[in-house]
Design a protein around this ligand. Sequence first.
Ligand code: F6P
Length: 334
Amino acid sequence: MADRIDLMSTLKKIGVLTSGGDAPGMNAAIRAVVRSSIFYKYECFAIHKGYQGLIDGELTPMTPRSVNNIVNKGGTFLKSARCLEFRTQEGRKKAYRTVQKFELDALVVIGGDGSFTGAMIFQKEWNVPVIGIPGTIDNDISGTQFTLGYDTALNTVIDAIDKIRDTASSHNRLFFVEVMGRDAGHIALNAGVGAGAEEILIPEEDMGLERLLDSLKKSEKSGKSSSIVVVAEGDKTGDNVFEIASYVEKNMPYYDVRVSVLGHMQRGGSPSCFDRVLASRMGVFAVESLRNGDSNVMVGIKNDKMVLSPLEKAIKGTSKINKELIRVSDILSI
Ligand code: F6P
């Protein structure tokens, strides 16, 4: 449940951290949290290395100048981690001692669903007001249409696939390109349509190897000499992209098949303008929401409006893929 608390009178110090997998736009969000906190006359503390820094007391007081020249930088200058110790009661107790020591009145957590689960438990156990900013390239958090880093990652993927297309077509090759998305196919689906992929394999839809073969055979008959199949990391068609590729190669020996796993390059790079603006809006809105007494919520964007939703919903809900894109892809890949 989202909480409304009497923060207005007590709020003086806000801590901000980044946690989980990094995402382009996290720095812009930190900058927005720091500057808007100070704009509203609060003190702001940067917590280093995610929840580990909260446990170890690695905090630095921030000024507006501490976040100079980072709006355009990928990664997170506060560093990020998936912290096992914070999953234990003992770890969270140590973290609470830091909150007491620095007299923090609220935390802003920039991260994905794992980070929000930690935030929610911490809030329940120790009654520390928290607010989440969704930062993950996977776009797999409910309560927001877009997460930080997703747009940049899409542009990175499109750029990479465009380059693969050049070599695929020069050599008449069939490429399987694996993109990130452990549990969600948003990157694969959108980048697949944007890059003109032949087929897109995502965890949300089980295509099956036979249908994939049929489709590739049809394309080959229709005169295509090279093709790109985009495979989400979490797709369940085979054990992994290499298994899918070798199955296709065995059944279509006339195709020269190659696999390209894009990997962590998708998480890096300068954030797109969209992500910088989104991060700036989310950071300001997070501080303004704390100011209004909201806690245990995540900020999000829906139809270009900033919205709040309970952290619980953000964690448990699923962000549905856009099925319209599957139809569009099927029509355009004839
Ligand atoms: O959650 C974002 C994500 O990039 C996933 O798409 C990917 O499966 C995972 O992180 C990789 O995590 P790690 O950086 O810990 O290998």
